[in-house]
Design a protein around this ligand. Structure first.
Ligand code: NDP
Length: 503
């Protein structure tokens, strides 16, 4: 199986290209250009010219293009899903779900951009009552999107569609593990594009990604590891351009004693192990109330026993898409057990070839790698707590802050408000990611900025304030001609508005 570094060294392909491999079979899915720094710069320059034309179109015209794109992708959904299946190894049905959700976001972004980004009038206040005040939303120009391999359509489309709907051109660098899907997205866009270079895809490796951050792009939207996010942010800081960072997580699931335990176990299993656990918002830790802990463990283990990883029909999840991840998963399992954790399911031999069988661990010390670091595999830690306050403290005691789930009939909302993270689902799993209207993103090491929803549209524009004097008044303050009378009136007005008795 190819590793990240061996991909670019394979002797079977010409210099300047790399192969994308099916992680389950080793089949070559395609050979793609390793885009050089000069080529990145040229593509961004072309995107700059297109950006101006694209921004000058009406919201309606851009919405039509996005609607057409959604329609083409809907028509070609099976082809897209098949490609994702082959390039990531995930089951076809999961790949189809991913494409469907991406299409939903394209539709939402195009439809709601006019409302969210409309010019707004703001009250000018008593001191400036003769002014008209407005805020306009202005697209940045060219947005560079750097995507991951775990959800190779859904995740980047969360940036691409919202950036396009806001009036930006986009240059997208897919992960070196999923270039075919990137190329597919570009091809589908070209079929409906009103003109060239509005959306460009550049395949390559980490050097291509780094070159994109150093190019003349006006903003970067990155999804991937916290380690790489810091490099990307440093590069953007050099150029003083803004960046959205959607990094990993260590999402916790909190199960209260009044929870529907069967449902909690059923959905938490999917939350943790679907896509072979390779989800930034995947459940990695469960804190379950001691009164229902045994019931929850029994339920989830019984269900997990039925899960079969594989590539063929009936497989519930696929192999590790990035083989290097297997070492990380193994180290987390070994460390958890050496520190006193116990296996409820699976064992140290859970890794078989490129696949990881389900692993459920209990009573894992909170300083273990399996609790502190992102595992990104089909593994789950279940620790017991005496109450939900303890669960909240432990859930928050992490450097990450992406998502969380709460299972409780009565206390879900109260518990959700105590969690330090960007998204919480109550009595469900992952559901926020499928809702176009709500923002997606995290805090702490999980990054900053937002994709999806109104916040995701605003993220790809900057506010431009425009104020206009509507009529002359005798009391103008912003001039050397200001009179003493104006000064006195100013002080009187401020006193009138702001002076209060302080208790
Ligand atoms: P990376 O963070 O290294 O890669 C993410 C993207 O960034 C890829 O497109 C990658 O390109 C690109 N990239 C790599 N280096 C640079 C750079 N210096 N400048 C700009 N772009 C760069 O993640 P990995 O794929 O190596 O996965 C490592 C870990 O990250 C996983 O184990 C998982 O824990 C986490 N991860 C989190 C994801 C999430 O959804 N938040 C998604 C994927 C991974 P290329 O692939 O060509 O190197």
């Amino acid at each position: 199986m190819a590793t990240k570094s061996s991909r670019s060294k394979s002797p079977s392909k010409s210099p300047g290209t790399f192969e994308s491999l099916n992680p389950a079979t080793g089949e070559v899915v395609g050979v793609f250009p390793l885009t050089t720094k000069d080529e990145v710069d040229e593509a961004v320059a072309r995107a700059k010219s297109a950006a101006q034309r694209w921004a000058n179109l009406s919201f309606r015209a851009r919405n039509i293009a996005l609607r057409d794109w959604a329609s083409i992708l809907t028509r070609d959904m099976n082809e897209a899903a098949e490609l994702i299946h082959r390039e990531t190894g995930k089951p076809l049905s999961d790949a189809t779900l991913e494409v469907a959700l991406a299409i939903e976001h394209i539709g939402w972004a195009g439809k709601f951009a006019p409302k969210v980004l409309a010019r707004q009038s703001r009250p000018a206040g008593l001191l400036m009552f003769n002014m008209q005040a407005q805020v306009q939303r202005v697209p940045f120009g060219v947005v560079g999107v750097i995507g991951p391999w775990n959800y190779p359509i859904f995740t980047p489309v969360g940036s691409i569609a919202y950036a396009l709907a806001a009036g930006n051109a986009v240059v997208f660098k897919p992960s070196e593990f999923t270039p075919a899907i990137g190329a597919f997205l570009e091809e589908s866009w070209k079929r409906i594009a009103p003109f060239k270079d509005v959306f460009t895809v550049l395949t390559g490796d980490s050097k291509t990604g780094a070159a994109l951050t150093e190019s003349a792009v006006d903003k970067i939207s990155f999804t991937g590891s916290t380690r790489t996010a810091k490099k990307v942010a440093a590069s953007c800081a050099e150029r003083m351009i803004p960046v959205v960072l959607e990094c990993g997580g260590k999402d916790a699931v909190l199960v209260d004693r009044d929870a529907d335990i069967k449902k909690a176990a059923e959905m938490t299993l999917w939350h943790a192990m679907s896509n072979a656990g390779q989800s930034c918002i995947g459940a990695e830790r469960v804190y379950v109330h001691r009164q229902v802990a045994d019931q929850f463990k029994n339920e989830i283990v019984a269900r997990a026993r039925e899960l079969q990883p594989g590539f063929g029909e009936g497989a519930k999840y696929g192999p590790a898409t990035m083989p290097a991840q297997l070492k990380v998963i193994k180290s987390h399992i070994d460390d958890a057990v050496s520190k006193g954790g116990t296996f409820l399911l699976g064992g140290k031999d859970a890794i078989k070839g490129g696949y990881v069988e389900p692993v459920i661990l209990a009573d894992v010390p909170e300083d273990s790698l399996a609790v502190t670091e992102e595992t990104f595999g089909p593994t789950l830690v279940i620790n017991t707590v005496s109450d939900m306050d303890e669960a909240v403290d432990l859930a928050n005691a992490t450097s990450y802050g992406l998502g969380a789930a709460v299972w409780s009939k009565k206390n879900g909302k109260r518990i959700a408000t105590l969690l330090q993270c960007g998204m919480v689902s109550i009595n469900s799993a992952f559901s926020f990611a499928a809702i176009g209207a709500v923002p997606f993103g995290g805090v702490k090491d999980s990054g900053y900025g937002r994709i999806h929803g109104a916040e995701g549209l605003l993220e790809f524009t900057y506010p431009r304030t425009v104020v206009k004097r509507r009529f002359r008044i005798p009391l103008e303050f912003t001039t050397f001609e200001r009179s003493e009378r104006a000064d006195k009136i100013l002080v009187r007005l401020v006193r009138l508005m702001h002076k209060r008795k302080i208790r």
